[in-house]
Design a protein around this ligand. Structure first.
Ligand code: PMP
Length: 381
């Protein structure tokens, strides 16, 4: 089987698995304990933070370990909205965010916050101008993803942040960086943002580990009350093995990103050309897209049918994002782009990673052609 669902999750690097196994075996102490077992675990967590901070070009005390980007996104939004006991105010986000931002905003709406969900242009990219028009004096936070997890569309996060910090610096800027890190350049210092979420399992690290970058001086309401770990921002015993594993994955992903981007760009260009040449398939990718995500529709066919046919040919792809693929509804992201519900119901996402070879891409192209030939008699035109 060839796996083309790297945007859903990735196989951990062997180095990550080895280091995590070693930590669970030999360094199982609680970082808060005062004895040598605790001190050793604490040293590992602190070292991981220093390495990660250096990789991101930020200070170690600006990083908070979390259980993944879902928690990081919830913490950024709810922590900012509810700081100081607030129950009202305005938030700007987009209608194409991952559910961990979108549904979190829905919850905040239920308790009294007002949310502006900005639609993208038909190419899947949100316009600065539309964010500008939504800004209010009481806007608490603008939350926007770097790369969309379904279409790969690259969002103008730096542009939005530069403008926001000029006109209303007290409004926080949050970026969900999950799908961009390791594929596109990320320079937090230059972006001038306040909050940035990452997840380990999208970059060949472990599941259940992530981080939130919190710019020094930013106040957030802590979602998890307890022992006051992570400078009081996030209580709970640290996931030492996960943190060390994530740091290893971040380091490897950062080191390899430029050669990877070049390879993925060549693969995605080839795939896009081939998809466009197959009668019946419609490429959905925006002009500015991360090279690891390719999205197309096969109007008249259901996504699941295409997915299973490709699986029979030895290729694993995805219908929408993994978090939404069990829902019966067509993708919210595609519908927000103005794609008809019928087209959206036939969407397929291919996502690539560093382990793919030329042969894998050739195999996928052949499988795509065979799938269309096999399914053509079933088309509902
Ligand atoms: N944001 C984006 C853009 C994602 O793709 C994902 C993972 N599907 C998340 C957030 C959530 O990350 P996690 O699985 O670590 O909770």
């Amino acid at each position: 089987m060839k796996y083309f669902d790297y945007a859903a999750t990735t196989p951990p690097y062997p180095e990550v698995i080895r280091s995590m196994a070693e930590i669970m075996e030999k360094h199982f102490g609680n970082p808060s304990s005062l004895h040598q077992y605790g001190e050793e675990a604490d040293r590992l967590v602190r070292h991981a933070k220093e390495v990660t901070a250096q990789l991101l070009g930020v200070k170690p005390n600006e990083i908070i370990w979390t259980s993944g980007a879902t928690e990081s996104n919830n913490f950024a939004l709810k922590g900012a909205a509810m700081r100081g006991g607030r129950t009202q105010g305005h938030i700007i986000t987009t209608s194409i965010e991952h559910p961990s931002v979108y549904e979190c905003c829905r919850q905040l709406e239920q308790i009294g916050f007002e949310i502006s969900y900005i639609d993208p242009a038909p190419d899947g990219i949100v316009l600065l101008e539309d964010i500008q028009n939504a800004l209010r004096a009481d806007t608490i936070i603008v939350s926007m993803m770097h790369v969309n997890n379904e279409t790969g569309a690259v969002q103008p996060v730096q542009q939005v942040s530069e403008w926001l910090k000029k006109v209303q610096p007290r409004t926080l800027m949050h970026v969900d960086g999950v799908q961009g890190f390791g594929k596109l350049p990320v320079v937090l210092a230059k972006w001038n943002i306040d909050l940035y979420s990452l997840s380990a399992h999208k970059i060949r690290g472990p599941k259940g580990t992530g981080l939130l970058y919190i710019k020094q001086g930013t106040e957030l309401f802590p979602l998890l009350a307890g022992g006051g770990q992570e400078n009081g921002y996030r209580s709970g015993t640290e996931n030492v093995a996960g943190i060390v594993g994530m740091t290893k994955a971040l380091r490897l992903a950062a080191t390899e990103q430029y050669t990877l981007a070049e390879r993925l760009t060549a693969f995605s260009q080839l795939l896009k050309t081939e998809i466009q040449a197959i009668d019946g398939l419609v490429l959905t990718n925006p002009a500015i897209a991360s090279p690891h995500i390719i999205h197309f529709c096969y109007p008249g066919m259901k996504s699941e049918v295409i997915l299973h046919s490709l699986e029979q040919q030895g290729c694993i792809v995805s219908t929408q994002s993994a978090c939404s693929s069990r829902k019966a509804e067509p993708s919210r992201v595609l519908v927000a782009m103005g794609i008809t519900r019928e087209h959206a119901a036939s969407g397929i996402r291919i996502s690539l990673g560093d382990q793919h070879t030329n042969q894998d891409i050739e195999h996928l192209i052949t499988a795509l052609r065979q799938t269309v030939t096999q399914l053509r008699p079933l088309e509902r035109r």
